[in-house]
Design a protein around this ligand. Structure first.
Ligand code: SAH
Length: 265
């Protein structure tokens, strides 16, 4: 079994594959102000097994295309969509989120929870902007420093894992420079990490090791996961996930600026 198969095996039955919760997704939806909208075209990029996709399908009048690299996760989402009677609102697509295959200016909403780090936040939001209709909504969650200073051990770990880790103010500046107007930010509550993500994962680790006969690759995954959980338990005051809501800024609002020089087309 290669590493990817091992990761699929560990994660496919977890409720979410990153920090989050239905309440947090609902909170982001409220900030996005999409309540009364009809017939929305939505993409959920890096959807995993689709916890957010299913909630969006329930709460919005929308067709949602859920994109992920891993067919096993998408198959799980397809099954859940049928079971929930939501199959007519959800289409799954196996593709990379940096080339998800949408026409330019075709989407009302791009949603992405705990996934953009795979292609990098700045690259992701710049790549996705042109897929949104002018005025379209971006909702993305991302690893975020919660304080201006923090223990060196923590900074060293996350900067080696994900060099783009930064404070919310810096993430918002990236969004502004990429051609979005920020409309909301909130840090995910601790329960999103512990109840929504780490505890269900931690409960699976022993059986995972047994299932894979303590193979070195499986042991390495478990050690890395335990290290991450330990860091979160010790340092959750300093870092978390931020949920960022932004609107694709319509160039016409800013005619006097030479936007072509500043923004990617
Ligand atoms: N949004 C889900 C999953 C987050 S985990 C949740 O919140 O539960 C990150 C997901 O991104 C995984 O499902 C992984 O398979 C997917 N992924 C990683 N790299 C990707 C890429 N380049 N394109 C699309 N999906 C990717």
């Amino acid at each position: 079994m290669d590493n990817l198969d091992l990761l699929v095996d560990l994660y496919v039955d977890t409720p979410r594959q990153g920090p989050g919760s239905d309440d947090a997704t609902r909170c982001a939806l409220a900030l996005a102000g999409l309540g009364g909208a009809r017939g929305l075209a939505v993409a959920d990029l890096g959807c995993g097994t689709g916890a957010s996709t299913l909630l969006l399908a329930r709460e919005l009048d929308a067709t949602i295309t859920a994109v992920d690299l891993l067919p096993a996760f998408l198959a799980r989402l397809d099954g859940a969509a049928v079971a929930a009677g939501l199959a007519d609102r959800i289409a799954t697509r196996c593709a990379s989120m940096d080339e998800p295959g949408f026409e330019d200016a075709s989407l009302d909403v791009i949603w992405s929870e705990g996934a953009v780090y795979n292609i990098g936040f700045e690259h992701g939001v710049r790549t996705w902007r042109r897929l949104l209709k002018p005025g379209g909504i971006l909702a993305v969650s991302e690893l975020t420093w919660l304080t201006a200073s923090r223990p060196a051990e923590l900074t060293g770990f996350w900067e080696s894992q994900y060099p783009e880790v930064a404070a919310a103010s810096a993430k918002i500046a990236v969004l502004e420079a990429a051609g979005y107007s920020p409309i909301g930010y909130f840090p995910l509550p601790e329960a999103c990490w512990l109840d929504g993500y780490y505890r269900p994962l931690a409960q699976r680790l022993d059986a995972f090791l047994v299932r894979h006969d303590h193979a070195p690759a499986a042991v390495a995954i478990v050690e890395e996961t335990r290290r991450e959980i330990d860091l979160y338990e010790r340092f959750s005051a300093y870092f978390g996930y931020g949920f960022y809501l932004a609107r694709r800024t319509d160039e016409h609002e800013l005619e006097r600026e030479s936007v072509d020089d500043v923004w990617p087309s």
